[in-house]
Design a binder for this molecule. Structure first.
Ligand code: SAM
Length: 249
C-alpha cells in the first residue's frame, strides 16, 4: 500500500499522481503544474538543454522523494536517444517512503522503468551499463559534505519549500552545494523566492528565469554564464528590497 499515516496519493493536473506529506503539510509537486510535467520542464529539460552532449553526466537529485526527477531524467534520456552515461546520486531521509514506491501509481511514461523503480525501492540502488542510480538514506547536508570534492554537472534542487524545510535553502547550504557542483554545472529549482536566489547569488551563482507555457516560473543557476535563458538581476532586486536577506543556518 502506498497511502499510509504520513502520505496520501493525489492526482495532479497533468494526469500524473503526486503525494501529500502530512508531516510537512505540502505536496511533493505542484498539483497545478502536474508532477511529471513539473519535473520535466522545471528540472530535466532546462538542465539537459545545457548538458546533453557530454559522455558522462553526474547528477545530484536533492531529494529523492517519489523519484520523479530521477525517473523523468531516465525517461527523457531514452526518449531522445541520448548516449551519455548517467550517474544519479540522491539523498532521502524517508526510507519507508522509498520502500513503498513499488505501490505508487506512476505515469505511463515510466512503465518501461518499472525494473529501475523496483530495484531502487527494494535496494536503494540500480546499475546497468548506461545508468547508475544510488539513494543515500540520511540527511542531505551530511551527504553533500561527504561528497566533496566530487563534481556534479547537474543539481536538481527540489526540497520542500523554504518555509517548511529551510535548512536545504540557506546561504551555507548552497555554499556546500558549490563545493560539489562543477564551475559550469547547472542547478535547477522551482523556487523563485528572492531569499533563495540571494543565497545562490551570494555564493557566486548567476541566476536565470525558467519560464514557459503551462507552468509557473522557476529558476536556473550556474557559476558560468548561460545562453538561452533570461538573466535575473538579483543585485538590482535586492537593492529594491533591502529588507530581504538570504536564508541563513
Ligand atoms: C519535495 S520532496 C522531493 C520530491 C522529489 N524530487 C520527487 O520528484 O518526487 C522533498 C523530499 O525531501 C526529503 N527530505 C526532507 N529533509 C531532508 C533532509 N534533510 N535530507 C534528506 N531528505 C530530506 C523529504 O522526505 C521529501 O521526500
Amino acid at each position: 500500500m502506498f497511502d499510509d499515516s504520513l502520505h496520501s496519493m493525489v492526482l495532479s493536473e497533468d494526469g500524473s499522481y503526486t503525494a501529500y506529506s502530512k508531516e510537512y503539510g505540502e505536496h511533493y509537486h505542484s498539483t497545478k503544474d502536474g508532477a511529471l510535467y513539473e519535473s520535466l520542464v522545471k528540472h530535466v529539460e532546462p538542465a539537459f538543454k545545457i548538458k546533453q552532449n557530454q559522455e558522462e553526466i553526474n547528477i545530484l537529485d536533492i531529494c529523492f522523494g517519489l523519484g520523479f526527477n530521477t525517473l523523468a531524467t531516465v525517461y527523457h534520456h531514452k526518449k531522445n536517444a541520448l548516449s551519455s552515461k548517467l550517474n544519479i546520486f540522491s539523498p532521502e531521509l524517508d526510507s519507508s517512503l522509498v520502500k513503498s514506491l513499488v505501490d505508487f501509481r506512476y505515469p505511463k511514461e515510466f512503465e518501461e522503468l518499472s525494473h529501475i523503480i523496483l530495484s531502487l525501492s527494494e535496494n536503494g540502488i540500480y546499475s546497468d551499463e548506461n545508468l547508475h542510480v544510488e539513494i543515500f538514506f540520511g540527511d542531505a547536508r551530511e551527504y553533500v559534505r561527504s561528497l566533496a570534492p566530487k563534481k556534479f554537472d547537474i543539481v536538481y534542487q527540489d526540497a520542500f519549500s523554504p518555509a517548511s524545510n529551510p535548512v536545504l535553502w540557506t546561504k551555507e547550504y548552497f555554499g556546500e552545494i558549490k563545493n560539489v557542483i562543477k564551475e559550469d554545472g547547472v542547478l535547477t529549482t522551482y523556487s523563485i523566492a528572492l531569499p533563495v536566489r540571494a543565497a545562490l547569488y551570494e555564493n557566486g551563482f548567476n541566476l536565470y528565469l525558467n519560464s514557459g507555457e503551462g507552468f509557473r516560473d522557476a529558476t536556473v543557476a550556474s557559476q558560468t554564464e548561460l545562453d538561452g535563458f533570461i538573466d535575473v538581476d538579483v543585485k538590482h532586486k535586492i537593492s529594491c528590497n533591502p529588507h530581504i536577506k538570504s536564508l541563513r543556518d
